[in-house]
Design a protein around this ligand. Structure first.
Ligand SMILES: [Cu+2]
Length: 135
């Protein structure tokens, strides 16, 4: 009876161990996942610091942010601040071409290779602002 209980306990531990290893493997894939999803929310044209979600976007060096336009209007994801001489130099989904976020479902992505705080905005609606924090 005692040995049966020990056997059962050991079996359960073994099963949970396998489950735990499986779950942590999945988690680590997620944590290392190079892509982090962000959204341009519906109605973003009239919003400011909630137009991009989440805001800020917090990632680690080497990760890629994928912005999806979930609005029906045309938007951009443009690095820097409106009017700054370096605006759009680091990344810019642009107003034309394959990365332009012309409508719903369009995506733009950028990989951040250095730590820092990266402000960005929409050139079509400059009140739309966000920040990517890379650590
Ligand atoms: Cu916009």
């Amino acid at each position: 009876m005692v040995s049966k209980t020990i056997y059962l306990t050991a079996s359960l531990l073994a099963i949970f161990g396998v489950i735990a290893i499986g779950a942590s493997a999945e988690n680590s894939v997620f944590a290392q996942g190079d892509k982090v999803q962000a959204s341009i929310v519906p109605g973003a044209s009239t919003l400011t610091d909630t137009a991009y979600s989440p805001n800020p976007i917090e990632i680690t060096v080497g990760q890629t942010v994928v912005w999806t336009n979930d609005d029906t209007a045309f938007h951009t994801v443009t690095s820097g601040s409106i009017g700054a001489p370096d605006a759009g130099q680091l990344f810019d989904s642009g107003l034309a071409g394959p990365t332009a976020l012309t409508g719903q479902g369009k995506t733009f992505e950028h990989t951040f290779d250095a730590a820092g705080e990266y402000p960005y905005f929409c050139t079509l609606h400059p009140a739309m602002v966000g920040t990517v924090i890379v650590s």
